[in-house]
Every structure is written in structure tokens, then in C-alpha cells.
Design a protein around this ligand. Structure first.
Ligand code: CU
Length: 125
């Protein structure tokens, strides 16, 4: 092989290593599966919000807020982390939600020490 070809191989290997590294760095906890789902319309009030993330989260530094159409916080029960699945947060809903559109705002600290946040909506018929 010529020297330039070798350099190219070395550069490829380096960029592959850099890619692997950046993917690790980017492995924050993103919201994977909310129930009720994003933009879902459910027939009845859900009994709980279940948010599953792509990574384990620290409940002490995480929070979930439920807002109604008037952007007012809805009283819900204390958020819990699933004992058997540390990437899942659960918010029990005490009083059934009246029909309407709701927004869920979340922020989490993943076990790798990174903070992420987001929001989504669902509707109750
Ligand atoms: Cu991260």
C-alpha cells in the first residue's frame, strides 16, 4: 500500500473511534414510550402516566408535570420509578381526568449524569 492509502485507513479508523465515542456521549435518557402515547386520544382517563426512557433515570432529580388545556397544573399523585425497570417513571392519576387535551412536561437526570427534558400531548375523549 502507498503511504496515502495507509493514511486514509488510519483516518477512517480514527473517525470510527470518534463516532463510537460520540454515540456514547449522546446516550442520554430520551423519552422512548409514553402511555398514553404522544398525540393519542384515549376514550377514558388513564389511571397513570407511564414514561419509558432510553436509559435508567434518577427519580430524585426527575419530574413530570401534567397541564390541562388552560395550562394549569393538574393534581396527580407522587411520581414513582418502576422498581424493576429503572428507565420507567410512573405518575398515578387519582381523580379521573375530564375530557380535554393535556400536556405532559418531563425532565430527567439519567444515570450517566445528563439532563434531558421534553413535552408531549394527549387527549381524553
Ligand atoms: Cu447522556
Amino acid at each position: 500500500m502507498k503511504k496515502t492509502a495507509l493514511n486514509r485507513v488510519a483516518a477512517l479508523l480514527l473517525s470510527a473511534a470518534a463516532l463510537g465515542f460520540s454515540q456514547q456521549v449522546l446516550a442520554h435518557a430520551h423519552l422512548q414510550t409514553p402511555v398514553p402515547g404522544e398525540n393519542a386520544t384515549v376514550d377514558h382517563s388513564p389511571q397513570q402516566l407511564t414514561l419509558t426512557f432510553t436509559e435508567d433515570v434518577e427519580p430524585a432529580f426527575s419530574g413530570i408535570e401534567l397541564l390541562n388545556e388552560q395550562n394549569q397544573p393538574v393534581a396527580v399523585e407522587k411520581m414513582q420509578r418502576n422498581d424493576k425497570q429503572h428507565d420507567q417513571l410512573i405518575v398515578p392519576i387519582g381523580e379521573p381526568l375530564p375530557a380535554g387535551r393535556y400536556q405532559v412536561k418531563w425532565h430527567v437526570l439519567s444515570v450517566d449524569g445528563h439532563k434531558t427534558k421534553g413535552s408531549y400531548s394527549f387527549s381524553v375523549k
